[in-house]
Write a protein that binds this ligand. Structure first.
Ligand SMILES: C[S@@+](CC[C@H](N)C(=O)[O-])C[C@H]1O[C@@H](n2cnc3c(N)ncnc32)[C@H](O)[C@@H]1O
Length: 255
């Protein structure tokens, strides 16, 4: 009887400690779930923070966007969107080399609100009616009363009129051949501020019609240490922008 009672007591104690053990296990599982949930929440918050940082680092036409280094090329639907949302410097001196009738110049003027927009084109009268001198008159009408200077000439006239580090943004849209593009990039490089941008058109058509913008820009970037910051995705007419390298690449290596 005594033994049986003892046996019952053991059983009771065992059952109690088993309950305790189960309780402990449940508490551990709950704690683990809590930790996992807060980790998931934290990484969700990190992600949200990261996304909102990315979004706010590209505010509409911000004043000193180079501070928020554009670390790798960002795609834009077209150049108008690139001007309005690409964080290119506002209130700076802007150059368009290759103006034609001035429509793109006007887009840049409205989005970047430059202190001065310099529009340079030889407007030579060729067999191609699109490039007749009358285009210069159209440009003159379009920019009447605006902070713009129209120069009938080429990149060499830019060099004559403006000194080093004058432009915050240069947009090149001329013959699109490799030789012309490379020569214009090299000539204009020092006219661009340290934190300025060189942009341009037809960053497509690598071979078509003897276009060589892609080749020239890529070679220039690699040899002169510039970094591609913007690309538009509007077919073969893509625009691009680049700036001098002052940042580390994605994995933190100085490039
Ligand atoms: C494709 S159009 C420019 C179009 C204009 N950027 C636009 O998007 O509305 C090319 C222009 O480049 C001009 N051009 C050609 N060689 C040039 C040079 N070396 N410097 C400046 N303009 C040049 C031509 O006269 C022509 O008007």
């Amino acid at each position: 009887m005594q033994d049986n009672r003892n046996y019952g007591g053991h059983l009771l104690r065992a059952a109690k400690s088993a309950r305790g053990f189960m309780l402990l296990c449940s508490l551990n599982v709950i704690a683990l779930l809590f930790v996992l949930a807060s980790m998931a929440n934290a990484s969700k918050r990190d992600l949200q923070g990261h996304i909102s940082k990315m979004v706010t680092s590209r505010p509409h036409a911000c004043a000193s966007c180079h501070e928020q280094a554009l670390e790798y090329p960002v795609l834009y639907a077209n150049r108008t969107v690139m001007y309005t949302h690409g964080g290119l410097p506002i209130h700076g001196n802007v150059l368009e080399l290759g103006v034609y009738t001035g429509l793109n110049g006007l887009d840049m003027y409205e989005a970047l609100s430059p202190e001065l927009l310099v529009l340079v084109d030889p407007w030579v009268d060729t067999d191609d009616p699109r490039f007749k001198a009358t285009n210069q008159e159209k440009v003159a009408q379009r920019f009447e009363g605006k902070r713009a200077r129209i120069i009938k000439g080429t990149e060499d006239d830019v060099l004559r009129h403006y000194g080093p580090s004058f432009f915050s943004c240069v947009y090149i849209d001329t013959s699109h051949t490799y030789d012309d593009t490379m020569s214009q990039l090299i000539k204009l490089e020092d006219r661009v501020k340290d934190d300025g941008f060189i942009c341009g058109h037809d960053f497509g058509h690598p071979v078509k019609r003897n276009y060589g913008v892609v080749g020239a820009v890529v070679e220039f970037m690699v040899s002169r240490k510039w970094l591609l910051t913007h690309v538009t995705v509007d077919g073969p007419y893509r625009s691009f922008c680049m700036t001098r390298k002052r940042i580390k690449n994605v994995i933190g290596v100085d490039v």
